[in-house]
Design a binder for this molecule. Sequence first.
Ligand code: PGA
Length: 255
Amino acid sequence: MRKQIAAANWKMNLTLEEGSKLLESITSNSLNLSADRVVIFAVPFPYLISLGSAIKEPNMFLAAQDCSAHNNGAFTGEVSASMLRSIGIEYVVIGHSERREYHNESPALLQEKVNRALEQKLNPIFCCGEPLKVREAGLQNEVVENQLKESLFHLTGEQITGFIIAYEPIWAIGTGKTASSEQAQEMHQHIRMVIEKKYGKNIADSVSILYGGSVKANNSKELFTNPDIDGGLVGGASLAAADFSIIINSLKAGK
Ligand code: PGA
């Protein structure tokens, strides 16, 4: 059964106090998450330890927003997958378009980050997605397919089973411009088909594919109803308790 996931991406927002209050208000009413629904909060590194106590439900987790491609050593400012594991973190966002764009993260580097995460038994939330120019040229399927091939297709079937991919069209991130439900479903279906071609149907069916890019309280239900959309990676709307709670409640049952 593949998981349906609401993942909050706080990015570089909120003080510790603001973040604690936000988490508290989301978790104050029991969310009663069924086994197939998962809620993840990708918070800034310095908060990962102290916010752990706010995570009260078995299907709720904190995530890091990135990890290093290296194991350890002279890499000032970097945080390794083994450090995250050592404080009990189980999820890590890898390859967010903001990392790809502002920090020049290449497909080869992302492949290394995925490897470090898996070595530490962290679950990557691997982001892919095309810029506006690519979408306008109609080349989005090809570009996203290559992003997956270049950073993930060295993995074994066992490693890809239950993997989490977030499709985030760059033109929809933080712009208020959401991909239409049809555009999102079409790409998610394509992603699942690309995985199926390489790894087979059972494995492709086990992968959770999240949509990201201006998911809001008023469009999450429509997006998540699609058969290949298994939840969302949510930026702006995850910073408001009421909105993110609605988004969590829009998750459909796993399948
Ligand atoms: P957004 O961000 O929901 O603010 O568009 C999504 C993301 O970048 O993960």
